[in-house]
Design a protein around this ligand. Structure first.
Ligand SMILES: Nc1ncnc2c1ncn2[C@@H]1O[C@H](COP(=O)(O)OP(=O)(O)OP(=O)(O)O)[C@@H](O)[C@H]1O
Length: 296
C-alpha cells in the first residue's frame, strides 16, 4: 500500500521538482534552498491588551520541517498567522532571508512564503484549476503577468496534490477532504521557499494524510523548503518533523528533536494525558491511556 503511494508520488514529484532546475526559477521569488526564517519577541493576538502570544521567539531551521503542536486554543494558528503577516504584530519582528516581512510588498511576500490557512473560502462558483491559479496569484493584479512558468507551476501543484482528476470540477461540489487537497495545491502553486501549513491533514483519510506528509518530506529533501506545520497527530509530528515545538497557553513549553520533546512528562503537562511513550526506529510511539488533569 505505502509502496504504491510512494510510486505515484515520486512520479508526481519528479515533474514538480524539475521546474526548480529551470534557469528562470528565481523569477518566482525563490532564493533557492533553505530560506532563513525567524520570529523574535513576538506579540500576536486579537486585542492589544490580551495577546495570545506574548514575547515568544522562534528560529526556524532553514530547509527543515518544524512542527507546532499543542492543545486546542494554545495559539498555534495565531503564531502561524503572525509569522505569515496575516495578523499584524503588536510587538517583535519576523525576518525572512534577512528582511522583515512587513517590509516586503504583498507580491514579493507571496513569492517567498505560502500559508495554508484553516480559514479557506472559495469565491463563488469556480473550478479547481481556477482556484489553484488564485493560489499562484494570491493578490489581485497578478494576472497580467501569467506566463508559461506560472502555468507549469499550477499544473505541477495540481498534480503534486493529486487532484488532476478534479481539475474541472467546481470547488463547491467537492467533499471536505477533496477541498483540503485543493487548498494544498493552491499553496504549492505559489512555489515558495517557506511553507506554513496549518493542519494540512485535516479532513483527509489515512491514505491522503500519508501522501500529504510524504509531499512535505520530499519537498524538504529535494528542494530544502523551510516548512512550519501545525499538526494534532503527535506521532505524525515526531515522524515527519526535524523539530517539534510544543505550545500551551500561548507559551512555548518545549522545543527540540522529536524524541526530546515527545515525552510522557510533556504529554501530561501540555496535553493533559497519561500516555506511554516508546522510542522506536520510526520515532516516538505514543500510546494514550487516559485524559488526566488538564489546565487550559
Ligand atoms: N479571530 C479571533 N478573534 C479573537 N480570538 C481568537 C480568534 N482566533 C483565535 N482566537 C483565540 O486565540 C487563542 C488561540 O487560538 P488559536 O486558533 O491560535 O489556537 P490553536 O492552538 O490553533 O487551536 P486549535 O488547535 O483549536 O486550532 C484562543 O483562545 C482563541 O479563542
Amino acid at each position: 500500500m505505502v509502496k504504491h503511494v510512494n510510486t505515484n508520488l515520486n512520479t508526481r514529484l519528479g515533474t514538480a521538482v524539475s521546474k526548480r532546475t529551470t534557469p528562470t526559477a528565481d523569477a518566482t521569488g525563490g532564493s533557492g534552498a533553505g530560506a532563513t526564517f525567524a520570529g523574535e519577541d513576538l506579540v500576536i493576538g486579537y486585542s492589544k491588551d490580551d495577546p495570545v502570544i506574548d514575547g515568544e521567539s522562534l528560529v526556524v531551521p532553514p530547509g527543515e520541517v518544524t512542527a507546532l503542536v499543542g492543545p486546542n486554543g494554545s495559539g498555534k494558528s495565531t503564531l502561524l498567522k503572525g509569522l505569515a503577516d496575516q495578523l499584524a504584530l503588536d510587538g517583535g519582528s519576523v525576518v525572512l532571508d534577512g528582511r522583515e516581512i512587513h517590509q516586503l510588498g504583498a507580491k514579493e511576500l507571496a513569492r517567498k512564503l505560502g500559508l495554508l490557512s484553516q480559514e479557506n473560502v472559495s469565491p463563488g462558483s469556480i473550478s479547481v484549476e481556477e482556484l489553484v491559479y488564485h493560489g499562484r496569484y494570491p493578490h489581485r493584479g497578478f494576472f497580467d503577468s501569467v506566463g508559461e512558468e506560472d502555468e507549469c507551476a499550477v499544473r505541477d501543484a495540481i498534480s503534486l496534490a493529486g487532484v488532476d482528476h478534479l481539475h474541472e470540477r467546481e470547488v463547491s461540489s467537492l467533499s471536505g477532504g477533496q477541498k483540503q487537497l485543493v487548498w494544498i495545491a493552491m499553496v504549492l502553486a505559489q512555489d515558495t521557499d517557506v511553507l506554513l501549513l496549518d493542519e494540512p491533514t485535516t479532513f483527509l483519510d489515512m491514505h491522503h494524510q500519508l501522501e500529504v506528509m510524504e509531499i512535505v518530506r520530499t519537498l524538504r529533501e529535494d528542494r530544502e523548503i523551510t516548512v512550519v506545520l501545525v499538526l494534532h497527530d503527535i506521532e505524525q509530528a515526531a515522524r515527519y518533523a526535524d523539530h517539534v515545538v510544543a505550545l500551551k497557553g500561548g507559551e512555548i513549553q518545549a522545543r527540540g528533536a522529536p524524541e526530546e520533546v515527545v515525552t510522557e512528562e510533556l504529554l501530561a503537562a501540555v496535553f493533559g494525558i497519561d500516555a506511554e511513550v516508546e522510542l522506536t526506529d520510526r520515532g516516538p510511539r505514543v500510546t494514550p491511556i487516559r485524559a488526566c488533569h488538564h489546565d487550559p
